[in-house]
Design a binder for this molecule. Structure first.
Ligand code: ATP
Length: 353
């Protein structure tokens, strides 16, 4: 069993004012693919480097497979890492690059060859085993780095933005390959990215980080559809979740968005006479009947059409079908399906319903 348990990890860099990680606790199950997602500087890499043993936490505990490794040297943790700068040895052929770690660990030559062939096959590198890295594309080189990590039979695989140096198209195809690969080998994986699509597509679970803390951790669909706070709703999705502020009527049954009202779920009656914030995804809104808005910007995006509208003076983005046409200044009616509406406390910005 190689579950990874992080317990209240705190890390402050010398000279740093804020904590890079602030009492982060996280449990990654054996064989689980956990993605750490968040904006630049939120502490993802620091967390990964502490698991790897490349940084020592100020306090807290790291347990891998039941063993406390908090202060253990990196090479005794039985994990392998892939970084964004695909660090391959330029003077070694692909096969020697992939087998390098095994040979360092004194694995017999025939065993090394067997494992290299296995990894090369999984990563479609077999035709390139005798080439030098200079003769490979960026995507192939990155596959070599991944192959080198997976042959090690590590308990845990750590990856820090492994796709970020690839161009958009390569990223897309390699993402799918990586997903297939990790499913096949079933190794416990911690994967750092700031790319939300990558996170949602790859992760069994996604931990969204903000300012050194985990804002929400869960199944990708749940994190996307039920953001625990406005930060998560605003970080995930392109365009992100819309937020509209309104005041709840004194009988607690409706919210007034500034001249137009919507019914409120029963559970929110206690917010009567106070402010509440509605969160709704642009693709959850349908055009036809309902609230009035004015089209401000019309953007055809190929597979859909993005409308920027104003509803009671508040900006609302709507993702419409590709065939939809509208003119700036035009009035539209929008339906905000109640089951797609999320409700946030404007003060705490936390999900309330
Ligand atoms: P990115 O996606 O930009 O790599 P990140 O989420 O991985 O960001 P970290 O690299 O973990 O974030 O950084 C977290 C915080 O710690 C940031 O405020 C950063 O400036 C600071 N930090 C990171 N490394 C060091 C260091 N070696 N010395 C001082 N401060 C550091």
């Amino acid at each position: 069993m190689a579950e990874v348990v992080l317990h209240e990890l705190v890390k402050t860099y010398p000279g740093g004012t804020a904590r890079a990680t602030d009492e982060v606790s996280l449990e990654v199950a054996d064989g689980e693919f956990m993605v750490l997602l968040g904006p630049s500087g939120c502490g993802k890499t620091t967390l990964l480097r502490m698991v790897a043993g490349l940084e020592t936490p100020d306090s807290g505990q790291i347990v891998i497979g039941g063993r406390d490794v908090t202060y253990l040297e990196p090479r005794r943790r039985n994990l392998s890492m892939v970084f964004q700068s695909y660090a391959v040895f330029p003077n070694k052929k692909v096969a020697d690059n992939i087998g390098f770690g095994l040979r360092v660990h004194g694995v017999p030559a025939d065993e090394v060859r067997r494992k290299v062939d296995w990894a090369a096959d999984l990563l479609q590198l077999t035709p390139y085993l005798d080439r030098y890295p200079a003769k490979l594309s960026g995507g192939q080189r990155q596959r070599v780095a991944v192959a080198r990590a997976i042959v090690m039979d590590a308990d845990v695989l750590l990856m820090d933005e492994p796709l970020s140096n690839l161009d958009a198209l390569l990223r897309l195809s390699f993402r799918a390959e990586l997903k297939k690969l990790v499913n096949e080998i079933g190794v416990t994986t911690l994967y750092v990215t700031h790319d939300q699509v990558e996170a949602l597509s790859l992760g069994d679970r996604v931990a969204v980080m903000r300012e050194g803390r985990i804002a929400q951790c869960g199944d990708p669909v749940a994190v996307y559809t039920e953001p625990a706070d406005q930060f998560v709703g605003g970080f995930l999705g392109s365009p992100p979740m819309n937020f509209l502020t309104g005041s709840v009527t004194s009988d607690g049954t409706r919210i007034d968005l500034g001249g137009q009202t919507l019914p409120l779920p029963r559970a929110l009656e206690s917010f009567r006479d106070s402010e509440l914030r509605l969160g709704i995804r642009p693709e959850a809104i349908t055009i036809g009947d309902g609230l009035r808005c004015e089209v401000q910007v019309f953007e055809p995006l190929g597979s859909s059409t993005l409308l920027t509208t104003k509803l009671c003076g508040q900006v609302l983005k709507v993702q419409a079908p590709a065939s939809f046409r509208a003119e700036p200044g035009q009035t539209l009616r929008l339906r905000l399906p109640p089951e797609q509406c999320r409700w946030y406390d404007p003060e705490t910005q936390l999900l309330v319903e």
